[in-house]
Design a protein around this ligand. Structure first.
Ligand SMILES: Cc1cc2nc3c(=O)[nH]c(=O)nc-3n(C[C@H](O)[C@H](O)[C@H](O)COP(=O)(O)OP(=O)(O)OC[C@H]3O[C@@H](n4cnc5c(N)ncnc54)[C@H](O)[C@@H]3O)c2cc1C
Length: 423
């Protein structure tokens, strides 16, 4: 079936992924983005006050994220990532001062759970059998239904892991989606669980190389184009009404809407979407001599900070499912988070360095069983429309991998998968 122009609305990672895959396969694509920049919830910018590049949020990936890695290879940006040498995750517990490092080894056999120096302290290898309950959970189970919430393993492993991956507390998070991530990650073994971060900034890895790739191949990107309504005729989109322009569709043209769930909810109320979201708070503290450990990341248990990222001129922190702190003032948040950092690194808690607090109130949808069933399949919704984004039914939580996969799947709805350019 011949395909006309493919109009993609939304230049976050889902929209960029769809555009890159379709452009690479030789199709005519036009991309429209409401903002002046692409990247959506995964971007970096120069912070004037701190005078340095910051990410809107520290993003952590795993080496098993195949769609994200192959997207980066397509746009020639694979060298912009920092992939750890091994699946090594250092932790510190604020209350007890205990420190440990999870070391998974390289292979598929989970030998690390049998080694008390490689697993969480004060746990037994049999505790980890709970992973089997998680990977076989039904769609209504919460993470807490599958694990012992009074156990040490819960406090030091399942709960922090769940919050980091799902951006949702374990008592309300979907065990099935959490289990999907565990199956992909642990199923790949240590080689698939290496932490991956960007070397410079999110935009320098995921966004700018994609924009350059598209422009070099003649795909136009129009910024400042906010879609405000869609005009249908029977079950076909006829016109896209942007704030300052109408775009009429020709016969055989397609539309991919790669927009956040709440925007789709406004524009197309008949499409089911998650309606409840969770926040993430990131703090960037500018320090003269930042600490430098082997991995550059540290998990923190029992504090307001959950992950610390050691950067060239900064200590950066992430607090996920941050409903408890997100409405505090930036000053209050900085004081709370710096107090944790001071304890972790033995610094002065009173001397808070220059900082930037970034609050993303709708960072991800709430990955609860009730919201998961509201995720629509990435399928052609009518004769010329496909909807994608991290909130559509990728089987994964709201992540870079989920967004990029959803964009690729949207492209596959329009052209046969075997003709789609892949790495
Ligand atoms: C603080 C934070 C930390 C995160 N940490 C991680 C992490 O560690 N690991 C991980 O894998 N993932 C993480 N994520 C999730 C990841 O960033 C998202 O899943 C992903 O970026 C979503 O991409 P998307 O394209 O689906 O949506 P979006 O990024 O929301 O893209 C949608 C685009 O549509 C545009 N748009 C909106 N309305 C309109 C309109 N009316 N007309 C035209 N354009 C419009 C927006 O401007 C945006 O560019 C994090 C997210 C946040 C916010």
């Amino acid at each position: 079936m011949p395909v006309g122009t493919i109009h993609i609305v939304g230049a976050g990672l889902a929209g960029l992924s769809a555009a890159v895959h379709l452009t690479a396969s030789g199709h005519k694509v036009v991309l429209y983005e409401a903002g002046q920049h692409a990247g959506g919830r995964c971007r970096s910018y120069h912070d004037k006050e701190l005078d340095c590049l910051i990410d809107n949020g520290n993003h952590l990936m795993l080496s098993c994220n195949e769609a994200a890695l192959s997207y980066l290879m397509m746009i020639g940006a694979e060298d912009t990532l920092q992939i750890a040498k091994g699946a090594i995750f250092p932790f510190m517990e604020i209350g007890s001062g205990k420190q440990w490092t999870i070391k998974m080894g390289q292979g598929r056999f989970p030998g690390w759970v049998f080694d008390k120096n490689a697993r969480v302290p004060d746990t037994k290898w049999t505790d980890y059998l709970e992973a089997m309950k998680l990977t076989s959970a039904d769609r209504w189970s919460h993470v807490n239904d599958c694990v012992d919430k009074k156990s040490v393993l819960y406090k030091r492993f399942w709960q922090p892991l769940c919050v980091a991956i799902m951006n949702t507390q374990a008592e309300e998070a979907s065990a099935q989606v959490f289990g999907n991530v565990l199956r992909e990650a642990f199923g790949a073994g240590g080689i698939g669980c290496k932490p991956v971060i960007v070397k410079e900034g999110l935009s320098q890895s995921f966004v700018e190389p994609a924009e350059a790739y598209l422009k070099e191949r003649g795909t136009a990107i129009h910024y400042g184009k906010r879609l405000r309504s869609i005009e249908m005729e029977v079950d076909e989109i006829k016109t896209l009404h942007f704030v300052d322009q109408d775009v009429g569709l020709e016969h055989l043209d397609w539309v991919i809407l790669a927009l956040p769930a709440w925007v789709i909810n406004d524009l197309m109320p008949t499409v089911p979407t998650p309606t409840s979201f969770r926040s993430i708070v990131n703090a960037h503290f500018k320090v003269a001599v930042p600490p430098k450990s082997e991995t550059g990341i540290l998990g923190v248990i029992g504090g307001h900070v959950e992950w610390v990222f050691e950067k060239p001129s900064m200590i950066s922190t992430t607090t996920s499912a941050a409903e408890k702190i997100v409405d505090l003032s930036a000053e209050e948040i900085a004081a709370l988070l710096w107090a944790d950092i001071a304890r972790v690194y033995g610094l002065n808690a009173e001397a808070v360095p220059p900082y930037r607090i970034v609050k993303e109130k709708r960072a991800t949808f709430a990955a609860t069983p009730e919201e998961i069933i509201r995720r629509p399949a990435i399928a052609a919704r009518n004769t010329n429309l496909v909807v994608c984004g991290d909130w559509t039914n990728t089987g994964l939580p709201s992540t870079i991998e989920g967004a990029i996969r959803s964009g690729r799947s949207a492209a596959e709805q329009i052209i046969p998968p075997q003709t789609l350019a892949k790495i």
